[in-house]
Design a protein around this ligand. Structure first.
Ligand code: GLA
Ligand code: GLA
Length: 669
């Protein structure tokens, strides 16, 4: 699925560095920058991400001098460059010449320039100019020895993810014309018989602009697909230019697999990049933010097909775009960084090198803070660089394939969160995150995979709220249970077809036979409501009125809207496999308990015997294995492996503590 990069990695060891924006500073500062980079052990910087306006101050008028000088300076100092195409920030002259390139929101309001990423992805203007400037840059710098990788644009679809202008409308109609054999097929898929929305021809269709009440869900789902595809096409167009001019360089684009972002179906982009990279920012006020980080990193590794990837951006300390931008605690910078490495990243980069003096992000931390070199933050950065230097031997190893797979899917996410569903309390990623968190807490390794990934080799497959399931998934899950594996499917999975039309005859239409259950009605709970199950578990948010048709009832509802009926079921197969069904959102302890039973049935246990609170991950290669252990608690916790700890650079005997809030990386004996 992912293009595997067989050329050299951009750096010798684990890449360490940041977005570097020298154009924000007078040239006198550059020498200091490079000296500090050397002190910190920086090996790679992303350059030029927002520099289009400086590089091409007027159409066809170029100012390369500054970029020539900084690339040479970096090269003289042994620092590699991840050179960006600058399409994330079109110059003002381009916007003024082509205001029609600015995006229009669902209310018909055309946005103005003055920020960044301010273009309609369907605009032929931006496509023309973005590929034009990409070629200019590739031809001028692509063979410079400092340049190690291409960074296409920036976080595609981050700010301008959806555009509803007339150009987008025409492109949407073209896209639909290719998706559907004819207008009748579209009418059927979208269910336009409802509310008399029937279309006589493709010409009549608009993007789902603001309308009176609930918009057609089929139209909205297709608009998500169309918009995502448009960004994929943009990536493809820029990448094609870069590959044509510099086939020797790997191409990446920084994903945003974090939090709630789901504007792009990244599975469509992985074949277009050589190295997967991701940006991740902690939700600072979330006490379990580190667990979300682990989930994000595992999703990225799943997208990368298990290959090493690059953490392209995170923050040394506070960001500036959350409601309350908490500074990182002592030790957190190291822990966050090594968590990503543990889960497969061979790079630790930041936004940004030097904290800006002016502009929108001047209160966002950097590697060099406003206080300058004489600061605890810079000392921490230097220490991180030294630690990553000692971890160089880990580069190129892979996170050991887990026995547990957890499936997720962007199409399901789009469809599950359309409006007018049974309850506002059900969010697509909620259960996936909580299951992942429970596995991390139990020290059990898990691969988080796009739902289309092959499931060979997995003994446990978790399928949380996969509302719209790939068509072949039921067969693939049946194969898993038939060969003795355990499958756990949750509520609101397998409900609709690819067009968001309900699969009839009892829910979940896609998985009834696999699970041996038949749900007649969804019965969500009132706000803050709970329900008690016969095994003592507590359910929240959601229940279902269902019957078993061949599955054993593990727990029933003792109260609530589905009282008396099955709540958790299991259909056993002759080979010792089982298909479990969970029809309510269990609270944390109950979920951990159920998961424990599923894991026990498969004989899956923790990676190393460890008390709760230690996050453990193993990376292996032909030359060794490295056990990462991160202590997210405020007490010291023992780790029962022995070898050499690369963080403290000393021997780690089995049973020695991982210090509170500390991390060890043990090259195992
Ligand atoms: C109103 C409308 C109906 C239907 C129902 C749904 O009564 O007239 O068409 O939308 O609401 O509750
Ligand atoms: C994103 C962007 C960066 C910067 C950071 C701030 O990751 O790519 O340019 O804005 O957010 O956190």
């Amino acid at each position: 699925m992912t293009a595997r990069w067989t050329g050299p990695w951009p750096t010798e060891g684990i890449a360490f560095g940041a977005d570097y924006n020298p154009e924000q500073w007078p040239e006198e500062v550059w020498a200091d920058d490079v000296a500090l980079m050397r002190e910190a052990g920086v090996t790679l910087v992303s350059l030029g991400i927002f520099s289009w306006g400086q590089l091409e101050p007027a159409q066809g008028v170029f100012d390369f001098g500054w970029l020539d000088r900084i690339i040479d300076l970096l090269h003289e100092n042994g620092i590699g460059v991840d050179l960006a195409t600058p399409s994330a920030a079109p110059p003002v002259w381009l916007h003024l010449a082509h205001p029609e390139m600015l995006p229009v929101d669902a209310d018909g309001l055309r946005l103005t320039h003055g920020s960044r990423e301010s273009w309609c992805v369907s605009s032929p203007i931006i496509r023309h100019h973005a590929t034009r400037i990409a070629r200019v840059i590739a031809e001028r710098y692509g063979h410079h020895p400092a340049v190690r990788m291409w960074h296409v644009s920036n976080e595609l679809a981050c700010h301008n993810g959806r555009c509803y202008c007339d150009v987008s409308a025409a492109a949407f109609r073209d896209w639909l014309g290719k998706e559907y054999a004819d207008i009748d097929a579209l009418n059927l898929a979208w269910g336009t018989a409802f509310w008399g929305q029937r279309y006589a021809s493709f010409d009549q269709i608009l993007p789902p602009r603001r309308t009176t009440t609930i918009a057609n869900p089929g139209q909205r789902l297709d608009f998500e697909r169309f918009s995502s595809d448009a960004f994929v096409a943009h990536l493809e167009a820029e990448a094609a230019v870069l590959r044509e001019v510099t086939p020797h360089l790997p191409v990446t684009t920084n994903y945003m697999v974090m939090g709630d972002f789901h504007q792009i179906d990244y599975t469509q982009t992985t074949p277009l990049v050589d190295i997967v990279s991701n940006d991740h920012y902690l939700s600072a006020e979330d006490p379990r933010g580190w667990a979300e980080l682990a989930f994000s990193a595992d999703r990225v590794r799943g997208l990368a097909g298990g290959e090493p990837w690059v953490l392209m951006e995170h923050s040394t300390s506070a960001v500036n775009w959350q409601p309350r931008n908490l500074a990182k605690e002592p030790g957190q910078l190291l822990r966050n960084s090594l968590q990503h490495v543990a889960r497969g990243s061979d790079g630790v980069l930041f936004f940004q090198w030097r904290q800006s003096r002016a502009g929108a992000e001047k209160y966002h931390s950097g590697m060099v803070p406003h206080a300058g070199r004489d600061s605890q933050l810079f000392r921490d950065v230097v220490e991180l660089g030294a630690t990553l230097g000692r971890l160089a031997e880990v580069r190129g190893s892979r996170v050991e394939q887990a026995r547990v797979a957890l499936l997720w899917d962007t199409q399901a996410w789009w469809a599950a969160e359309l409006e007018a569903h049974p309850t506002v309390d059900l969010r697509y990623l909620d259960l996936a995150r909580r299951l992942h968190g429970a596995l991390v807490d139990a020290g059990v390794a898990v691969d988080v995979l796009p739902a289309g990934t092959a499931l060979d080799g997995y003994d446990v497959v978790l399928v949380p709220t996969l509302y719209l399931a790939p068509q072949d998934l039921s067969d693939r899950l049946t194969d898993v249970v038939d060969r003795g594996g355990q499958v756990l499917v949750s509520y609101f999975s397998g409900i609709v077809d690819a067009s968001d039309r309900v699969l009839l005859g009892g829910y979940p239409g896609a998985f009834r036979d696999l699970l041996g259950v038949r749900v007649e009605e969804f019965a969500p709970l009132a706000a803050e409501g709970t329900t008690t199950l016969s095994d003592g578990s507590t359910g929240e948010v959601w229940t279902e009125r269902m019957t078993s048709s061949g599955a054993e009832v593990i727990a029933t509802y003792l109260d609530g809207p589905s009282v008396g009926g099955p709540a958790v079921t299991r259909r056993d197969t002759p080979s010792g496999g089982a298909a479990w069904y969970l029809s309510t959102r269990l609270d944390d302890p109950s979920l951990a308990d159920l998961l424990g039973r599923v894991l026990a049935a498969a004989g899956v246990s923790s990676l190393v015997p460890s008390p709760g609170g230690l996050e453990v991950v193993r990376r292996t290669s032909g030359s060794g294995s490295w056990l990462f252990a991160l202590n997210h608690t405020s007490i010291d916790l023992p780790l029962h492996v022995s070898g050499h700890d690369l963080v403290a650079d000393r021997r780690h005997e089995a049973g020695t503590d991982v210090p509170a809030r500390g991390v060890v990386v043990v090259r195992e004996d």
